[in-house]
Design a protein. Structure first.
Length: 260
């Protein structure tokens, strides 16, 4: 497997601080070949130190990739993935506890979303808390494989609002879960398999909110991602398009094109 990757982030037009954080890690292993971890965290804009929360979450993921994941390399099949899932859940609880203690010590509230994609061979696992998203882009289609843990998503599922109304809903930025809350959040964890060349996109809501699936496909399908620099250029163009459409939030995307 060949992996090309990039990260692009922009503070946006209205925020003074970029509270997003992103990560791409790729490693070669003797037992499982190439493995990749792609993640984005979006610090809570309405809370203090959102940039601290997102950074702490990303650093914890990076440490997990270098230390904990190495310990799992002796496992295979269902045992490997069930152990990774357990490890993911413990890590999210640990990050949540760390952020709560940090906030309590300083008398502030802080929080962050977390969305992560782990690839081992052709299989993958995602972990999601909040409304950052992961998309899979092939030459013909784009699939959103995470579900927003938000009030608007809940309204959509209950039929209270439709997709058009969701864009202007006054609660569009209200999350049902995030890291740093009083109770440990329950991450959405999914598994899947890659069957063809695919670009994995992890992004904050500032990136996905104003962009269409067709824009993601035409800019970041594997055919457009010949080099890392090509990917970065296309991510920048998409971020610029979001700014043109008056996106007010920080804009971040981590992308990895995987070709078998």
């Amino acid at each position: 497997m060949v992996v090309k990757a990039c990260i692009y982030t922009d503070v946006g037009q209205t925020r003074k601080i970029n509270q997003d954080a992103a990560l791409v890690k790729v490693a070669n292993t003797s037992r499982h070949g190439r493995i990749s971890l792609i993640a984005v965290c979006d610090g809570m804009g309405g809370l203090s130190k959102g940039e601290v929360a997102s950074c702490k979450a990303i650093r914890s993921l990076e440490t997990w990739f270098h230390e904990d994941l190495v310990m799992l390399q002796s496992l295979e099949g269902e045992e490997l993935w069930s152990t990774i899932e357990d490890s993911f859940r413990r890590m999210s609880a640990r990050i949540n506890g760390d952020l709560k203690r940090y906030g309590k010590h300083r008398g502030i509230s802080l929080g962050t979303t977390l969305t992560a994609f782990l690839q081992i061979g052709k299989k993958y696992m995602t972990m999601n808390i909040g409304d950052s998203r992961i998309y899979l882009v092939t030459g013909k289609e784009v699939k959103q494989i995470t579900k927003d843990q938000s009030v608007v998503q809940d309204k959509l599922e209950k039929g209270i609002i439709d997709e058009k109304e969701a864009d202007s809903d006054i609660q569009k930025n209200v999350l049902l879960q995030c890291l740093g809350t009083r109770h440990s959040p329950e991450p959405e964890i999914k598994m899947g398999e890659l069957h063809k060349p695919t670009t994995v996109i992890a992004c904050s809501d500032g990136f996905w909110r104003t962009l269409s699936l067709e824009q993601l496909r035409t800019k970041l399908c594997p055919q457009m991602c010949v080099t890392d620099e090509d990917m970065l250029c296309e991510c920048r163009k998409l971020a610029d398009e979001a700014l043109i459409k008056k996106e007010e939030d920080n804009i971040s995307v981590a992308a990895a094109c995987m070709v078998f």
